[in-house]
Write a protein that binds this ligand. Structure first.
Ligand code: AMO
Length: 439
């Protein structure tokens, strides 16, 4: 067993990206994980990664002490280390400077991972996910999750600036909102309960005290199909707002996406370079197609589609090709939408609803909500749901429920579109699907 050091009173003075020619000759304390070791004629180069980037540590036989050289000889890829030393300007090193060490601490030696994180051929995503926290050290993964951080910050500041209150609603619930088929049951003490599929009912109720709310939180879907765009645990970006309708929330959603895409493109130029991709193109305005017009469009291409059918499979692929980037499909048949979506007063067969699409991928859905208790009871019955199961929710409608509207946006799906990733698992830290509950 190789000896390992303790952190003691060592604390970081700089991150890797701050090791530049401007701080030539300064004393620094750095930490990180070794990503490569190369020895050439008595000179050893260690490349060490931290969360910001990488720095180089160089030792020379005869210049550094034997004790230090011996320590360096025991270091391999992934070893976690601390380095105290002097910065030396040198053109060939990352950021134009290297560190000449006076002391090195080795915290943990590392096994060789089952695949190389620092270049070389990658195994299947399933093999990588089995050791996800090591896989996340890959430069590409680092870039993706940096983009996700910038995205989340952008979403939050958009909502905060516009006066939405951030809320957190229960994830253990007693009644389903988005259809029974995709529901996870759990045992809540000794009675049945479920994992929430969306914050739908709570966010609607919260328009009563707060008017405008948003939540970025987990939602659970027991999806049977294991596809590139479905997970069993997602992050849902939800809003709900009083005294507006679906047209207003479509405007809000469009503005949100445009701003998030712009901030991600501005703030993550280096990350897009690492991904070797350009930020997603954002149209001047998002087309709004009614469901009727989509049915006509599909009907012009193939026979057999009738009003009321869902738009799926090949038809969505084709729509995606025709309408390209972001577009809305609005005014869906009432029967195709959940009970809380408001039917149009003049044409109740049609609802005040929308889906936001990017190509063939659904990013969000939303609508104006039913605000009348009698109508909500009727809609529940039409959908073969028991009003008694929604007693608490219906009770709130006795106390001045305002007209309201909102949407739910899948964060991982938005990440797929912003980064050009094809598999939703790549943009999820620890993805869950029918076959995966670990790590
Ligand atoms: P919906 O069920 O359409 O609407 O979900 C909203 C958005 O969440 C994302 N999403 C998923 N992403 C990955 N894997 C899944 N299994 C998955 N399921 C859903 C999609 C989808 O558009 N309460 C309504 C929203 C509202 O009306 O406010 C709802 O949940 O991006």
């Amino acid at each position: 067993m190789k000896s390992e050091d303790e952190l003691g009173d060592w604390r970081r003075s700089h991150y890797s990206t701050q090791v530049t020619p401007e701080i030539d000759s300064e004393q620094v304390t750095l930490f990180g994980w070794v990503s490569s070791v190369r020895t050439q004629g008595g000179i050893t180069f260690l490349i060490v990664n931290d969360k910001e980037g990488m720095f180089q540590v160089t030792t020379v036989k005869g210049r550094e002490s034997d004790e230090l050289l011996e320590k360096v000889a025991g270091i391999g890829e992934h070893t976690s280390i601390g380095v105290k030393g002097t910065v030396k300007k040198i053109a060939k090193a990352p950021n134009g400077a290297e560190v000449i060490p006076s002391q090195i601490k080795v915290f943990n030696h590392a096994e060789k991972p089952p695949f190389s994180v620092f270049g070389g051929e990658l195994p299947s995503i399933d093999k990588r996910l089995d050791i996800r926290s090591v896989d996340l050290r890959r430069e590409k993964a680092q870039a993706l999750f940096k983009i996700q951080r910038v995205l989340q910050r952008s979403l939050r500041s958009f909502f905060d600036e516009r006066g939405y209150s951030e809320v957190r609603t229960p994830k253990l619930i007693s009644t389903a909102t988005e259809g029974g088929a995709s529901l996870f049951s759990v045992l809540y003490y000794n009675r049945p309960a479920f994992l929430t599929q969306s914050p739908q009912l709570y966010k609607e109720e919260l328009t009563l005290p707060f008017e405008k709310v948003y939540e970025i939180g987990p939602a659970f879907r027991a999806e049977e199909s294991r596809t590139q765009k479905h997970l069993s645990e997602i992050t849902s970006v939800d809003i709900e707002e009083a005294f507006v309708d679906y047209n207003d929330v479509m405007d809000t959603l469009e503005a949100l996406i445009k701003r998030a895409a712009a901030e991600v493109a501005d703030g993550c130029a280096r990350e897009f370079e690492k991904l070797k991709r350009a930020p997603v193109a954002i149209p001047k305005s998002f087309e709004r197609l009614t469901y009727d017009s989509v049915v006509n469009e599909v009907g012009a291409r193939r026979s057999g589609i009738s009003w009321g059918d869902d738009i799926t499979g090949q038809d969505v692929e084709e729509l995606g090709r025709t309408h390209g980037s972001f577009y809305f499909i609005t005014d869906w048949p009432t029967a195709a939408k959940p009970f809380y979506i408001r039917p149009k007063t003049a044409t109740p067969k049609v609802s005040e609803s929308f889906d936001l699409m990017h190509g063939a991928l659904e990013l969000a859905s939303g609508g104006t909500r039913v605000e009348s208790k009698a109508m909500l009871v009727k809609r529940l019955k039409e959908q073969k749901l028991k009003p008694q199961a929604f007693e608490y929710h219906l009770g709130v409608f006795d106390y001045g429920m305002p007209p309201h509207a909102g949407f739910g946006l899948g964060l991982e799906r938005l990440m797929m579109v912003l980064t050009g990733e094809q598999n939703i698992r790549e943009v999820t830290l620890f993805p869950r699907d029918k076959l995966r509950l670990t790590p």
